[in-house]
Ligand binder design. Structure first.
Ligand code: DQA
Length: 147
C-alpha cells in the first residue's frame, strides 16, 4: 500500500461554507471521498488540513522521511511563505513529486494571488479546476503505481 499525502493550508477547513462562489459548496470530507474513489487499488489517501504553518512544514518533513508523494494546496501561504517553500523544496530535492494545487485560478483573482513562492520548486502546478485539480494531481503522482 502506498500513501499519498494531500495537504491543505489555512482556511481550507472552511470549504463548503467559505466563499462558495469561489470554492464551491463541497467540503474536505467530500474531497477525501472523491480522491478515495479515484485512487488506484493499493493507494491510500492521507488528507490533512491545518491553519498552522509549522504543522504544515512538519508534515512535509514526514513526506520526505516516509517517502510519500505530496499534493499540496498551500492556500494563502502560497503567496508569501518562504518557510513553506523551503520545506516543500526538501520534498522535490528528495526526488519525490510535489504538486501544487489550487481550487480557484489565482491568476484570475487579486494581484497578490498572482505570485506563488512555491511554484518554482514544485514538480507541477494545477489550478482553477475545482476539486479536479487534486484528482488530476493524484493521477499524476500515482501513474506507474501497479493496480
Ligand atoms: C487557494 C487560492 C489562494 O489564493 C487562497 O488563499 C486559498 C485557496 C485555492 O485553492 O484556490 O486559500 O489556494
Amino acid at each position: 500500500m502506498s500513501t499519498v499525502l494531500v495537504l491543505n493550508g489555512p482556511n481550507l477547513g472552511r470549504l463548503g461554507s467559505r466563499e462558495p462562489d469561489v470554492y464551491g459548496a463541497a467540503n474536505l470530507d467530500d474531497l477525501r471521498t472523491l480522491l478515495e474513489a479515484s485512487a488506484l487499488d493499493g493507494v491510500s489517501i492521507d488528507l490533512r488540513q491545518t491553519d498552522d504553518e509549522a504543522e504544515l512544514i512538519h508534515w512535509l518533513y514526514e513526506a520526505v522521511d516516509e517517502r510519500m508523494p505530496v499534493i499540496l494546496n498551500p492556500a494563502a501561504f502560497t503567496h508569501y511563505s518562504y518557510a513553506l517553500r523551503d520545506a516543500a523544496a526538501l520534498v522535490t530535492k528528495a526526488g519525490l513529486p510535489l504538486i501544487e494545487v489550487h481550487i480557484s485560478n489565482p491568476h484570475a483573482r487579486e494581484t497578490f494571488r498572482h505570485t506563488s513562492v512555491v511554484s518554482a520548486i514544485a514538480t507541477g502546478v494545477i489550478a482553477g479546476l475545482g476539486f479536479d485539480s487534486y484528482r488530476l494531481a493524484l493521477d499524476f503522482v500515482t501513474a506507474g503505481t501497479p493496480d
